[in-house]
Design a protein around this ligand. Structure first.
Ligand code: GTQ
Length: 352
Protein backbone atom coordinates (compact mmCIF):
# COMPACT_ATOMS: atom_id res chain seq x y z
CA UNK A 1 0.00 0.00 0.00
CA UNK A 2 1.27 3.51 -0.85
CA UNK A 3 2.17 5.63 2.18
CA UNK A 4 1.16 9.29 2.49
CA UNK A 5 4.61 10.27 1.26
CA UNK A 6 4.71 7.93 -1.71
CA UNK A 7 2.41 7.38 -4.62
CA UNK A 8 1.46 3.94 -5.95
CA UNK A 9 4.68 3.63 -7.94
CA UNK A 10 6.73 4.22 -4.80
CA UNK A 11 7.86 7.69 -5.94
CA UNK A 12 8.06 10.15 -3.00
CA UNK A 13 5.13 12.53 -3.22
CA UNK A 14 7.21 15.71 -2.87
CA UNK A 15 9.44 14.71 -5.79
CA UNK A 16 6.43 13.61 -7.83
CA UNK A 17 4.77 16.96 -7.24
CA UNK A 18 7.88 18.92 -8.18
CA UNK A 19 8.14 16.93 -11.39
CA UNK A 20 4.41 17.48 -12.06
CA UNK A 21 4.82 21.26 -11.52
CA UNK A 22 7.79 21.34 -13.88
CA UNK A 23 5.87 19.58 -16.62
CA UNK A 24 2.77 21.75 -16.39
CA UNK A 25 4.90 24.90 -16.08
CA UNK A 26 5.93 24.39 -19.71
CA UNK A 27 2.26 24.67 -20.62
CA UNK A 28 1.76 27.83 -18.52
CA UNK A 29 -0.07 26.08 -15.71
CA UNK A 30 0.57 26.26 -11.98
CA UNK A 31 -0.91 24.59 -8.89
CA UNK A 32 -3.19 26.84 -6.87
CA UNK A 33 -2.59 24.95 -3.62
CA UNK A 34 1.01 26.22 -3.44
CA UNK A 35 -0.12 29.87 -3.48
CA UNK A 36 -3.68 29.83 -2.17
CA UNK A 37 -2.71 31.13 1.30
CA UNK A 38 -0.96 34.15 -0.28
CA UNK A 39 -3.72 34.80 -2.84
CA UNK A 40 -6.56 34.70 -0.32
CA UNK A 41 -5.10 35.85 3.01
CA UNK A 42 -7.40 36.44 5.98
CA UNK A 43 -6.50 40.16 5.90
CA UNK A 44 -4.49 42.45 3.59
CA UNK A 45 -0.82 41.41 3.35
CA UNK A 46 0.59 44.53 1.73
CA UNK A 47 4.14 45.08 0.56
CA UNK A 48 3.39 48.79 1.10
CA UNK A 49 5.21 50.01 4.21
CA UNK A 50 4.51 52.89 6.59
CA UNK A 51 6.81 55.76 5.60
CA UNK A 52 7.35 59.48 6.01
CA UNK A 53 9.08 62.00 3.77
CA UNK A 54 10.36 65.06 5.63
CA UNK A 55 9.83 68.05 3.36
CA UNK A 56 12.96 69.59 4.88
CA UNK A 57 14.95 66.62 3.55
CA UNK A 58 13.23 66.44 0.17
CA UNK A 59 13.21 70.15 -0.65
CA UNK A 60 16.94 70.42 -1.50
CA UNK A 61 16.51 67.64 -4.09
CA UNK A 62 13.53 69.47 -5.58
CA UNK A 63 15.59 72.65 -5.76
CA UNK A 64 18.47 70.78 -7.37
CA UNK A 65 16.16 69.23 -9.97
CA UNK A 66 15.25 72.79 -10.92
CA UNK A 67 18.89 73.46 -11.82
CA UNK A 68 19.40 70.22 -13.74
CA UNK A 69 16.34 69.97 -15.98
CA UNK A 70 13.68 72.39 -17.23
CA UNK A 71 9.96 71.73 -16.92
CA UNK A 72 9.81 71.75 -20.73
CA UNK A 73 12.47 69.07 -21.13
CA UNK A 74 11.16 66.95 -18.25
CA UNK A 75 7.53 67.44 -19.41
CA UNK A 76 6.71 67.07 -15.71
CA UNK A 77 9.58 67.90 -13.32
CA UNK A 78 8.58 65.59 -10.50
CA UNK A 79 10.35 63.65 -7.78
CA UNK A 80 8.38 60.44 -7.29
CA UNK A 81 7.71 59.34 -3.72
CA UNK A 82 8.42 55.62 -3.85
CA UNK A 83 7.13 53.51 -1.03
CA UNK A 84 10.14 51.72 0.55
CA UNK A 85 8.30 48.40 0.15
CA UNK A 86 7.51 49.07 -3.53
CA UNK A 87 10.76 50.51 -4.91
CA UNK A 88 11.07 50.84 -8.67
CA UNK A 89 7.31 50.78 -9.21
CA UNK A 90 6.59 54.53 -8.94
CA UNK A 91 4.01 53.91 -6.24
CA UNK A 92 3.41 55.35 -2.81
CA UNK A 93 0.76 52.69 -2.12
CA UNK A 94 -0.15 49.58 -4.08
CA UNK A 95 -2.81 51.52 -6.00
CA UNK A 96 -1.58 55.14 -6.03
CA UNK A 97 1.22 57.27 -7.38
CA UNK A 98 2.53 60.36 -5.57
CA UNK A 99 5.14 62.94 -6.53
CA UNK A 100 6.31 66.47 -5.81
CA UNK A 101 6.29 68.72 -8.85
CA UNK A 102 8.29 71.94 -9.26
CA UNK A 103 7.61 74.74 -11.69
CA UNK A 104 9.90 77.75 -11.72
CA UNK A 105 8.97 81.31 -12.71
CA UNK A 106 8.65 81.60 -16.48
CA UNK A 107 8.34 77.85 -17.05
CA UNK A 108 5.72 75.83 -18.88
CA UNK A 109 4.92 72.13 -18.44
CA UNK A 110 3.47 71.19 -21.85
CA UNK A 111 -0.13 70.22 -22.45
CA UNK A 112 -1.17 66.57 -22.56
CA UNK A 113 -3.98 64.31 -21.43
CA UNK A 114 -4.26 60.79 -20.09
CA UNK A 115 -6.80 58.34 -18.72
CA UNK A 116 -5.31 58.63 -15.24
CA UNK A 117 -7.01 61.05 -12.87
CA UNK A 118 -4.72 63.51 -11.05
CA UNK A 119 -5.01 65.63 -7.94
CA UNK A 120 -2.69 68.46 -6.91
CA UNK A 121 -2.23 69.82 -3.43
CA UNK A 122 -0.19 73.01 -3.46
CA UNK A 123 2.69 72.76 -0.98
CA UNK A 124 4.71 75.92 -1.49
CA UNK A 125 4.51 79.15 -3.48
CA UNK A 126 1.77 81.02 -5.31
CA UNK A 127 1.23 82.31 -8.80
CA UNK A 128 1.59 79.21 -10.93
CA UNK A 129 -1.46 78.00 -12.79
CA UNK A 130 -2.79 74.70 -13.94
CA UNK A 131 -5.02 74.74 -17.00
CA UNK A 132 -7.78 72.16 -17.35
CA UNK A 133 -9.81 71.97 -20.55
CA UNK A 134 -9.33 75.60 -21.50
CA UNK A 135 -9.57 77.18 -18.02
CA UNK A 136 -6.70 78.26 -15.83
CA UNK A 137 -6.68 78.35 -12.06
CA UNK A 138 -4.05 80.17 -10.01
CA UNK A 139 -2.42 78.06 -7.29
CA UNK A 140 -2.07 78.99 -3.62
CA UNK A 141 -0.69 76.84 -0.78
CA UNK A 142 -3.25 74.29 0.41
CA UNK A 143 -5.42 74.50 -2.73
CA UNK A 144 -6.79 71.16 -3.89
CA UNK A 145 -6.97 70.93 -7.68
CA UNK A 146 -8.25 68.11 -9.89
CA UNK A 147 -7.30 67.04 -13.37
CA UNK A 148 -10.10 64.77 -14.60
CA UNK A 149 -9.30 61.73 -16.72
CA UNK A 150 -8.71 62.60 -20.39
CA UNK A 151 -8.84 66.39 -19.81
CA UNK A 152 -6.12 68.45 -21.53
CA UNK A 153 -3.88 70.01 -18.91
CA UNK A 154 -0.73 72.06 -18.73
CA UNK A 155 0.98 73.99 -15.99
CA UNK A 156 2.77 77.32 -16.11
CA UNK A 157 4.32 79.84 -13.79
CA UNK A 158 3.96 83.48 -14.84
CA UNK A 159 4.69 84.52 -11.23
CA UNK A 160 7.90 85.25 -9.36
CA UNK A 161 8.20 82.31 -6.93
CA UNK A 162 9.01 78.64 -7.43
CA UNK A 163 5.82 76.64 -6.89
CA UNK A 164 5.79 73.09 -5.57
CA UNK A 165 2.78 70.84 -5.36
CA UNK A 166 2.02 67.23 -4.51
CA UNK A 167 0.65 65.13 -7.35
CA UNK A 168 -1.57 62.14 -6.58
CA UNK A 169 -2.58 59.94 -9.51
CA UNK A 170 -4.34 56.60 -9.94
CA UNK A 171 -1.57 55.39 -12.30
CA UNK A 172 -1.34 51.87 -10.75
CA UNK A 173 -5.13 51.48 -11.00
CA UNK A 174 -5.07 52.30 -14.72
CA UNK A 175 -2.11 49.89 -15.03
CA UNK A 176 -4.02 47.12 -13.24
CA UNK A 177 -6.81 47.39 -15.79
CA UNK A 178 -4.44 47.97 -18.74
CA UNK A 179 -6.52 51.04 -19.51
CA UNK A 180 -3.67 53.52 -19.93
CA UNK A 181 -3.94 55.99 -22.80
CA UNK A 182 -2.20 59.34 -23.27
CA UNK A 183 -1.55 61.94 -25.94
CA UNK A 184 0.18 65.28 -26.33
CA UNK A 185 -1.65 68.45 -27.26
CA UNK A 186 -0.49 69.74 -30.67
CA UNK A 187 0.77 72.93 -29.00
CA UNK A 188 2.77 73.41 -25.83
CA UNK A 189 0.09 75.52 -24.17
CA UNK A 190 -3.60 74.88 -24.75
CA UNK A 191 -5.72 77.92 -25.61
CA UNK A 192 -7.60 79.59 -22.77
CA UNK A 193 -11.28 79.52 -23.75
CA UNK A 194 -12.94 80.23 -20.38
CA UNK A 195 -12.21 82.93 -17.81
CA UNK A 196 -10.67 81.95 -14.49
CA UNK A 197 -13.45 81.11 -12.02
CA UNK A 198 -15.85 79.83 -14.69
CA UNK A 199 -16.11 76.27 -13.30
CA UNK A 200 -16.45 77.58 -9.73
CA UNK A 201 -19.30 79.89 -10.79
CA UNK A 202 -21.11 77.20 -12.76
CA UNK A 203 -20.80 74.36 -10.25
CA UNK A 204 -19.22 75.61 -7.03
CA UNK A 205 -21.87 77.97 -5.63
CA UNK A 206 -24.67 75.49 -4.85
CA UNK A 207 -26.02 76.29 -8.30
CA UNK A 208 -25.79 74.32 -11.52
CA UNK A 209 -26.63 74.99 -15.15
CA UNK A 210 -30.15 73.84 -16.09
CA UNK A 211 -28.85 71.88 -19.02
CA UNK A 212 -25.69 70.25 -20.10
CA UNK A 213 -24.02 67.55 -18.05
CA UNK A 214 -20.53 68.13 -16.70
CA UNK A 215 -17.84 67.79 -19.36
CA UNK A 216 -15.82 65.69 -16.93
CA UNK A 217 -17.92 62.52 -16.68
CA UNK A 218 -17.56 60.98 -13.24
CA UNK A 219 -15.20 63.68 -11.96
CA UNK A 220 -16.20 66.92 -10.23
CA UNK A 221 -16.67 69.82 -12.65
CA UNK A 222 -15.28 72.07 -9.89
CA UNK A 223 -11.60 71.51 -10.44
CA UNK A 224 -10.21 73.85 -7.79
CA UNK A 225 -11.12 73.79 -4.09
CA UNK A 226 -9.32 76.84 -2.65
CA UNK A 227 -7.72 76.21 0.74
CA UNK A 228 -9.13 79.43 2.22
CA UNK A 229 -12.69 78.13 1.73
CA UNK A 230 -12.09 74.54 2.83
CA UNK A 231 -10.05 75.72 5.82
CA UNK A 232 -12.86 78.01 6.93
CA UNK A 233 -15.45 75.24 6.58
CA UNK A 234 -13.47 72.85 8.72
CA UNK A 235 -12.74 75.54 11.31
CA UNK A 236 -16.48 76.28 11.55
CA UNK A 237 -17.14 72.57 12.02
CA UNK A 238 -14.58 72.49 14.83
CA UNK A 239 -16.19 75.49 16.55
CA UNK A 240 -19.65 73.97 16.34
CA UNK A 241 -19.32 70.45 17.68
CA UNK A 242 -17.34 67.59 19.14
CA UNK A 243 -14.55 65.84 17.29
CA UNK A 244 -14.91 62.28 16.05
CA UNK A 245 -12.71 60.10 18.33
CA UNK A 246 -10.89 58.54 15.34
CA UNK A 247 -10.76 61.49 12.92
CA UNK A 248 -11.13 64.76 14.81
CA UNK A 249 -12.98 67.00 12.36
CA UNK A 250 -12.76 65.40 8.93
CA UNK A 251 -14.50 66.19 5.64
CA UNK A 252 -14.25 64.76 2.16
CA UNK A 253 -13.97 66.73 -1.07
CA UNK A 254 -17.10 66.07 -3.10
CA UNK A 255 -18.43 66.37 -6.61
CA UNK A 256 -21.27 68.90 -6.18
CA UNK A 257 -23.07 67.42 -9.18
CA UNK A 258 -23.48 64.05 -7.45
CA UNK A 259 -22.72 64.56 -3.76
CA UNK A 260 -20.26 61.69 -4.15
CA UNK A 261 -16.47 61.78 -4.09
CA UNK A 262 -14.76 64.45 -6.23
CA UNK A 263 -13.01 61.78 -8.31
CA UNK A 264 -14.20 58.26 -9.19
CA UNK A 265 -11.02 56.47 -8.15
CA UNK A 266 -9.38 58.75 -5.56
CA UNK A 267 -10.94 60.06 -2.36
CA UNK A 268 -9.58 63.27 -0.84
CA UNK A 269 -10.05 64.51 2.70
CA UNK A 270 -9.34 67.49 4.91
CA UNK A 271 -9.04 67.08 8.65
CA UNK A 272 -8.54 69.36 11.63
CA UNK A 273 -7.21 68.08 14.94
CA UNK A 274 -7.42 70.46 17.92
CA UNK A 275 -4.23 71.15 19.90
CA UNK A 276 -3.41 68.21 22.17
CA UNK A 277 -5.89 65.86 20.43
CA UNK A 278 -5.15 62.11 20.32
CA UNK A 279 -7.18 59.96 17.95
CA UNK A 280 -8.49 56.50 18.82
CA UNK A 281 -7.00 53.71 16.68
CA UNK A 282 -8.58 53.42 13.25
CA UNK A 283 -7.88 51.24 10.26
CA UNK A 284 -9.38 50.87 6.82
CA UNK A 285 -8.62 48.89 3.68
CA UNK A 286 -7.69 52.05 1.75
CA UNK A 287 -3.99 52.80 2.20
CA UNK A 288 -3.84 56.56 2.73
CA UNK A 289 -1.35 59.31 1.91
CA UNK A 290 -1.28 62.26 4.32
CA UNK A 291 0.15 65.71 3.75
CA UNK A 292 0.49 67.89 6.85
CA UNK A 293 -0.67 71.42 6.05
CA UNK A 294 -0.53 73.02 9.50
CA UNK A 295 0.74 72.06 12.92
CA UNK A 296 2.95 69.38 14.38
CA UNK A 297 2.28 65.92 15.68
CA UNK A 298 2.99 62.23 15.58
CA UNK A 299 1.50 59.45 13.52
CA UNK A 300 1.65 56.00 15.12
CA UNK A 301 1.21 53.51 12.27
CA UNK A 302 1.09 49.98 13.67
CA UNK A 303 3.97 50.19 16.13
CA UNK A 304 6.07 52.71 14.18
CA UNK A 305 6.01 56.37 15.15
CA UNK A 306 6.60 59.25 12.72
CA UNK A 307 6.87 62.88 13.82
CA UNK A 308 5.47 65.29 11.24
CA UNK A 309 5.45 69.03 10.63
CA UNK A 310 4.01 71.13 7.79
CA UNK A 311 4.64 69.84 4.25
CA UNK A 312 5.71 66.37 5.46
CA UNK A 313 4.06 63.44 3.69
CA UNK A 314 3.37 60.08 5.29
CA UNK A 315 1.65 56.92 4.17
CA UNK A 316 -0.52 54.49 6.12
CA UNK A 317 -0.78 51.06 4.46
CA UNK A 318 -4.06 49.18 4.14
CA UNK A 319 -5.48 47.82 7.39
CA UNK A 320 -2.62 49.22 9.53
CA UNK A 321 -3.99 50.92 12.67
CA UNK A 322 -3.35 54.65 12.75
CA UNK A 323 -3.26 56.87 15.81
CA UNK A 324 -2.54 60.58 15.56
CA UNK A 325 -1.36 62.71 18.47
CA UNK A 326 -0.88 66.41 17.82
CA UNK A 327 0.85 69.13 19.81
CA UNK A 328 -0.53 72.22 18.10
CA UNK A 329 -3.75 72.47 16.10
CA UNK A 330 -3.18 70.42 12.96
CA UNK A 331 -4.69 70.40 9.50
CA UNK A 332 -4.06 67.31 7.39
CA UNK A 333 -4.91 66.65 3.77
CA UNK A 334 -5.17 63.00 2.75
CA UNK A 335 -6.05 60.87 -0.25
CA UNK A 336 -6.70 57.18 -0.92
CA UNK A 337 -8.40 54.79 -3.34
CA UNK A 338 -11.53 54.63 -1.16
CA UNK A 339 -14.09 55.53 -3.92
CA UNK A 340 -12.69 52.78 -6.15
CA UNK A 341 -12.89 50.23 -3.34
CA UNK A 342 -16.43 51.30 -2.44
CA UNK A 343 -17.54 51.11 -6.08
CA UNK A 344 -16.20 47.56 -6.23
CA UNK A 345 -17.66 46.48 -2.89
CA UNK A 346 -14.22 46.00 -1.31
CA UNK A 347 -13.89 48.74 1.30
CA UNK A 348 -13.75 47.98 5.02
CA UNK A 349 -12.99 50.03 8.10
CA UNK A 350 -12.66 49.30 11.78
CA UNK A 351 -12.63 51.54 14.83
CA UNK A 352 -10.90 50.12 17.84
O1 GTQ B 1 0.96 66.90 -14.14
O2 GTQ B 1 0.21 65.74 -15.80
O3 GTQ B 1 3.33 63.69 -11.24
O4 GTQ B 1 1.01 63.33 -16.15
C1 GTQ B 1 2.82 62.39 -13.15
C2 GTQ B 1 2.22 62.30 -14.40
C3 GTQ B 1 2.13 64.69 -12.99
C4 GTQ B 1 0.85 65.83 -14.77
C5 GTQ B 1 2.75 63.59 -12.46
C6 GTQ B 1 1.57 63.42 -14.93
C7 GTQ B 1 1.54 64.61 -14.22
Amino acid sequence: MASVLENRDGVPVAAARREFYRRMDRDHLAPLWEVLHALVPPAPQSACRPALWKYRAVRPYIEESGRLISAREAVRRVLVLENPGLRGQSRITTSLYCGLQLILPGEVAPSHRHTQTALRLVVEGSGAYTAVDGERVTMHPGDFIITPAWAWHDHGNPGTEPVVWMDGLDIPIAQLFDATFAENYPEEVQPVVRPEGDAAARYGANLAPLEGASRFGKTSPVFCYPYARSREAIAALARAGDPDPCHGFKMQYINPATGGPAMPTIGAFLQLLPAGFRTAPYRSSDATVYLALEGEGEARIGDEVFAFEPCDIFVVPSWRPLRLAVRSECVLFSFSDRPAQIALGLWRESRA
